[in-house]
Write a protein of this length. Sequence first.
Length: 279
Amino acid sequence: MTEPPTKITLKNPEGREFEEAAHMYLRAFNVTDRLIARDLVNFWKSLVEYRVGEYVIAKSTTVVGMGATFPYQKFAWIGNMAVEPHFQRKGIGTLLLGKLLYILEMKKIHVIALDSSDAGKPLYTTYGFKEACKVLWYEIQGCSSRNFERVHTVQNIPEWCLNLDKKAFGGDRSSLLKLLLAMGGIMVVKDDEGYGIVYEKKVGPVIADNVEAAVAITNYAHTLGALTMDVPLHDVPREFLSQLKGQGVDYATPSTQMVYGNTLQDTKRVFAQVSSALG
């Protein structure tokens, strides 16, 4: 049995520690494609630069764990939690979560959400998180409808989209949405009803006032190259999925959305997440 590291330092990553953390993160989820690590490093550094997130690593002689907070004013998301496989279940995850919750407490944020693997649920439950819903990885397989009336792309985020997102998501994530566009994302809108962002063959978030708008946005996103989406399985998204062509795909690690405090989200308007890490 591998003994836990004798000394752990919790700190913000610097320089090559981002790369070290990325490789550890992929090992934790049994991903072997090393090219993904480079993309993760670039994205994580951009999130920090845009002040969207704060990353914390657990370091002994090497990085043995990591996690991040993504504050959206009164509401926050915790993501990118991982521990080196042979150091798991030795208290490192508990140390990291405690640190992340302390960071959010100092920001006076008391409503927090995250997506958890089955293995992580006991830890989060201990800290008062409760299960909200399952999260489905959905593979889009063509369009069931070609009704794209008033659906189009825009280069800049309309103010009404930002207002809709705040109402639906429960916090201000305008910096994150602007970052996604700056990194090559494409924004699809159905005028005054909803929007979605296509980024790296994925569509998310998808926020809309009604199911029909969400379906039209998703189908249009597919024509632009979107192949997958992360769908929180509340009642309305189930109706939404029934009108799409595609199939649910099990995560390599099943995911459950958990919430601390009373949720601020309007679940009837949230049809897809940006990711399991960012909400």
